[in-house]
Design a protein around this ligand. Structure first.
Ligand code: FE2
Ligand code: FE2
Length: 483
């Protein structure tokens, strides 16, 4: 790729994200309080002051503060705020508040006082949202209350009904919430709701049938704080998709999904200092870490709802670190003992682990690099047939890969063509133009040819590491999905 056409790595976006998230959180809290309390109430006053201080900081820094709801996400002064596992509910609540009032954007103007801000919040929160056109009535209320340093924009059109992609993203977060609760319950010795797990797996299966590529896209979401949870959901989604390619039935896939979901349950017994230790583990620490398959199998076997849990989940918990050549851990197995589900989980487990940034690893691999590295260990670490199907499923450029095109544009792989001969020509969403300027571009089909010359219009030149370009691939998928 021509180096001049590559965008320069972006400046650290974190401070902006932090302030933006802070503003949104404060807005959400005051909006909730304002529904119940009068602005003179002391809780309202205190939270109103926090909101005002955060807003004031943004106004001083940027000169304006505009919160906008678009494509199911929230933008502050035109830049999209990222949401994660912990903030998903809050984003959703704020978006619903905007939508219920047909508001697309709220702009706070410089010079707004704390009192005016609190009055605005009170009027906004209390505005009845049922019956007729809410937006003009909200404007009237604000005018009557003397609010003139807040401007509202009406949403241009009704948002599209919830599509498959939106509900897949919802399912992803629901799964994390459920898994989190299951881990916590297990630690408190309370029963895990296996029937909920099973229902989730059934919906995951249905979603994979409808939009397989999008599910892979979602697995780009890497939340560093809740690594094991996120990892478990990714492993579950990928295992179910791989199992489907291997020809398992729906009932088998639901069992496989459940087994994958709980494969690292034993890690709740591993001390966090060891799980998150930067650098190499000592021999003793490694020995403790390597006990998680035993702990997991034991915990699953002791579950009170054991009868509803597929027996194979216990196998998977115990066997998912055993390699194809029987090295790995635990070590006492005979060759015939390793379960098919464990071999499937083994493949997707390693893939998700090495493509995630961790404190103790200096390098994390791009998705394409991970696949080629894994192929080198076909037959020793991984079952060759399962690995081959997995690599085929993910494509040479898996969904979520950042690629440079021969035109100089950069894009993110969106969908892989089902025809294996077209594996190098996926659909790509353009994110920069040929000069390296960031764009919210169209999704182009690389099988498309120029009608005059008959040549392909665009071809992938190489895959790139998104972190070097300051890109968060998951954001592009979430932008399509919305909270
Ligand atoms: Fe594990
Ligand atoms: Fe794992």
């Amino acid at each position: 790729m021509d180096s001049r056409s590559a965008p320069r790595p972006a400046a650290d976006p974190k401070p902006f994200q932090r302030t933006g998230l802070d503003l949104l959180t404060r807005f959400h809290i005051v909006d909730k309080i304002a529904k119940i309390y009068d602005p003179r109430n002391s809780i309202f006053q205190e939270q109103g002051r926090h909101l005002f201080e955060t807003l004031d900081a943004v106004l001083k820094e940027a000169g304006a503060a505009s919160l906008r709801v678009r494509h199911g996400g929230v933008l502050l002064n035109g830049a999209r705020l990222k949401f994660g596992v912990a903030t998903y509910g809050m984003f959703k609540a704020v978006i619903e508040e905007f939508r219920a009032r047909s508001v697309e954007a709220v702009t706070f103007l410089p010079g707004i006082s704390r009192e005016e801000l609190q009055t605005f919040m009170s009027v906004f929160a209390k505005r009845e949202t049922k019956g007729g056109d809410v937006f003009p009535r909200l404007l009237d209320d604000l005018a009557a209350a003397g609010v003139d340093r807040v401007e509202l924009e009406r949403s241009s059109s009704e948002e599209a009904p919830q599509g498959v992609r939106q509900s897949s993203a919802r399912l992803f977060f629901l799964s994390i919430v459920h898994l989190k609760e299951s881990f916590a319950r297990n630690q408190r010795d309370e029963p895990i709701k296996i029937s909920t797990t099973r229902r989730l797996m059934q919906s995951i299966y249905d979603h994979i049938i409808e939009d397989e590529g999008f599910i892979y896209g979602l697995t780009n979401i890497k939340n560093h704080d809740e690594y094991t949870l996120n990892h478990s959901v990714n492993v579950c989604l990928l295992a179910a998709a791989l199992g489907r390619r291997l020809g398992l039935s729906r009932a088998e896939l639901v069992d496989l999904g459940m087994a994958a979901f709980f494969h690292d349950l034993g890690k709740t017994e591993t001390p966090l200092e060891i799980l998150n230790k930067p650098g190499r583990l000592s021999d003793d620490e490694r020995a403790i870490m390597e006990k998680h398959p035993f702990h997991g199998a034991e915990k699953l076997a002791l579950l009170r709802e054991f009868r509803r849990l597929p027996l194979r989940a216990i196998h998977v918990a115990l066997e998912h670190h055993i390699k194809e050549d029987f090295s790995g851990y635990p070590r006492y197995f005979r060759k015939s003992d390793v379960n098919l589900y464990s071999k499937i989980v083994k493949v997707v487990d390693v893939f998700d682990a090495i493509t995630t940034k961790r404190v103790y690893r200096t390098k994390d691999f791009t998705r394409a690099e991970a696949l080629s590295l894994m192929l080198e260990q076909s037959g020793t670490e991984f079952n060759p047939v399962i690995l081959k199907v997995f690599v085929n499923m993910m494509g040479v450029f898996p969904v979520g890969t950042l690629v440079a095109l021969t035109t100089g544009e950069l894009g993110i792989v969106q969908d892989i063509p089902p025809d294996p001969s077209l594996i190098l020509r996926p659909a790509v969403k353009l994110i920069t133009d040929a000069n390296g300027n960031k764009v919210d571009g169209e999704t182009v089909d690389l099988t498309e040819r120029d009608p005059e010359t008959g040549r392909f219009k665009r071809t992938i030149a190489t895959s790139l590491d998104p972190s070097k370009y300051g890109l968060e691939v998951a954001e592009y998928f979430l932008a399509q999905a919305g909270p």
